[in-house]
Design a protein around this ligand. Structure first.
Ligand code: EPU
Length: 336
């Protein structure tokens, strides 16, 4: 297993924050994973990272950082309607989506372009353009920590919700996800509930196919979201807040253009719009600002420190609270 003492984590977090850990361990195969348990790595302070695309480091990390780099994409089963694909946790998410497209399997295409690894997708139930990972996850496999006992959790057992799962709650820091089995449809079906996606396909007058849907999603993503290879960020920094119908009615009497939709818990608002309306697109502090095309994303333009991003996001939360009386919270994992 590759091991580096006092490693810099700058290139292991897409925010591009400079910090160090005591020890960086890169697990590339099952043997490396077994070694982690034999060496009792999880009995000391640890942090498991994927591509580091949803974390913000605020300090050096005084412990072991474990990066999963296992590879493998395999069709393991099929029935009349579905094909089952096992993907290793260390596979890049979009490589997995492209594998499904190449094999004419339906269900993952709207999720193309989301940064990160397969092993991270169940943790926050990644989602975009009318689809969530939970719609295609069949089972999640891994080891309980710290002892290494294997587990398999079926979809219903993962308690998936909006950017949430058992892995952020009861099993937080209690497991290492090694593989995810996905169930993908054999029959042609598209999810076009996201209006801009449906409109764009219709505008062009083309009959949808898997490649076209994926390309259109990428076009929409690229028009709003920064390329993490070029600009430091971690995607949406905040979750979209849900308010009561009563609160929504109160807000819409003052602001008549609030983007919203009904969810079982109430009315979901667009945090990006609320932040935008507070004027944050014009506020840059050092190397930190919101992304000019999407205020939901906080960007490190160069050498921002974790602490500076923390100060900036807390100011945003406060201003949204003051203007709208709505509490927004980070979606990104803040490492203290
Ligand atoms: N809006 C503004 N100003 C802004 C940003 C957005 O007015 O600065 C408005 C937009 O015009 C739009 C609405 O807010 O009417 C919602 O924007 P958008 O459709 O881009 O979606 P979002 O709610 O901002 C969510 C996800 C994204 C995902 C998109 C598309 C969350 C926290 N974010 O963003 O996920 O790509 O929907 O489905 O749910 C991520 O999690 O990292 C991520 C990028």
């Amino acid at each position: 297993m590759k091991q580096y003492d006092h490693a810099s984590l700058k290139k292991y977090n897409t925010f591009g924050i400079e910090c160090q850990c005591k020890n960086l361990l890169i697990a590339e195969n099952q043997q490396d994973i077994d070694t982690l348990f034999q060496e009792r790595v999880f009995e000391q302070p640890f942090l498991i990272i994927g591509e580091g695309s949803n974390i913000l480091f605020t300090n050096d990390f005084d412990g072991n950082v474990i990066k999963l780099a296992t590879k493998g994409l395999e069709i393991i089963n099929e029935d009349e309607d579905y094909v089952y694909v096992r993907a290793a946790g260390g596979e890049n998410w979009s490589d997995f989506v492209n594998f499904t497209i190449d094999n004419l399997l339906y269900g993952a295409e709207n999720l193309i372009g989301i940064p990160g690894l397969v092993g991270s997708c169940p943790v926050q139930n990644i989602g975009a353009y009318g689809t969530e990972a939970k719609d295609i996850i069949y089972q999640v496999e891994g080891h309980y920590l710290p002892n290494g006992e294997p587990f398999i959790l079926y979809n219903e057992e993962c308690h998936f919700a909006y950017r949430d799962s058992i892995f952020k709650n009861a099993l937080k820091e209690k497991c290492l996800i090694t593989d995810v089995v996905f169930r993908l449809a054999k029959r042609e079906t598209y999810r076009l509930s996201y209006q801009q996606l449906a409109d764009k396909l219709q505008e062009e007058g083309k009959t949808p196919n898997l490649k076209l849907v994926a390309e259109t999603v990428l076009e929409i993503r690229n028009s709003k979201l920064p390329d993490i290879k070029v600009v430091g960020c971690a995607g949406s920094f905040f979750k979209n807040p849900v308010v009561s119908l009563e609160k929504f009615n109160e807000l819409s009497s003052k602001f008549d253009d609030l983007v919203h939709h009904s969810v079982p818990e109430g009315i979901k608002l667009a945090a990006g719009q609320l932040i935008d309306k507070c004027g944050w697109k014009d506020i840059r502090r050092g190397d930190v600002s919101v992304y000019p095309k999407q205020a939901l994303v906080i960007v490190n333009w160069g050498n921002a420190k974790g602490k500076e991003v923390v100060d900036y996001y807390q100011e945003i939360i406060q201003s949204v609270q003051e203007k709208f009386g709505v509490t927004i919270e980070p979606e990104v994992r803040i490492i203290k």
